[in-house]
Write a protein that binds this ligand. Sequence first.
Ligand code: AMP
Ligand code: MG
Length: 396
Amino acid sequence: MATLTFAAARQMVLDRVAVPPTLTAETVWLTDAAGRINAFDVPCDRDMPPLARSLRDGFAVRSSDLGQSLRLAGEIRAGQMPQEALPERSAFAIMTGAILPPGADQIVMKEHGQVVGGCFQSDRPAQPREWISEAGSMARAGDIVIPRGKRMDAAAIGMLAAIGKTQVEVVRRPVVRILATGDEVVDIALKPNATQVRNSNSWALAAEVSRRGGRAEILPIAPDRLDITRDLIAYGLEADLLLISGGVSAGDYDFVEAALAELGAEFFFDRVLIQPGQPTVFGHARGTFFFGLPGNPLSTLVTFHLFATAALERLAGLPEPALFFHRAQLAAPYSHKPGLTRFLPGELSEDGRAVSVLPWQGSGDIPTLVRANCMVVIDAARPSWAAKDWIEVLLP
Ligand code: AMP
Ligand code: MG
């Protein structure tokens, strides 16, 4: 079947998984909206600002009057409507956010003016419209201020509050079923013997699913048997997206691909030139996309991040899923055998400039993953890096 490079595999996911043409919306309170995807274009309810306002504490003047001594003729506070136009050769004291009085066309900042004996003086040159926020300059009534498909962050929630919305319609979270496989994998409620491992993957994946906008459902663990694996996969395929961990390598008891094939799956790739995570599988069966992620905890999480998030975010209504890369200087030399793009647990310094590859014990090393705050991206084509060389880093 198909082996792809990292970039080609990621592109394959983006090419295959589109935002569904009809998405179900649900209404949530603003306090529950963070991270959710906006379902409908939201228009501004009025011009922002409704009237021209001062951007500074200072003095409202006619720009043509500057250069002479002006009479301090009044004061306008935030929240007050100016009661009169600015008289000739006068200034009004004005506060940040207060409405510009008719006649005034410049604000002089407080620190650039002085008031002596009821007279205002400033050496500011005439700069018409200086420090004025014009009516409608941020948005006009009816302008779309939060587009459909926007992930609700603090700014979007602040915007909703600014237009008086207490609730917002967001896209229903896609249901993501998670199936762990493996005879050695036991439920976390059980005490494993020395040959067994607890099912950490389902829980780690569920955390990522909810962080990326999905609703996770953890299925019972599939033993390494074709029939049970197939039945659990069939159930998993009734969700919006299926994630399977383990059972995708070339071992004699890796039944996931065979089970998927029995269910009529179409495979888009089943090997990617990366490490960890070479045997990652992506395909479609019974109307649902699935990922077969290698079972080692690091491989599972790395391949989820690299490929499955893009699918999940599209299904959640986000048109342009992105990975966030950064560049930093390597703390120590690094070399590898070219051919695979490697994603290694890394520690980015607090100022973001230096990064070190953490020593790790292979792709089962969850303790190291907990210490990592990024993945260092080792280019498949380049054999070595010196200390201080710039290198790409994948941010969480
Ligand atoms: P596999 O990809 O099925 O060959 O699994 C590789 C290794 O990953 C296994 O030997 C286990 O140690 C580990 N592993 C597999 N599934 C899980 C799981 N659900 N949780 C934690 N570790 C797992
Ligand atoms: Mg296995």
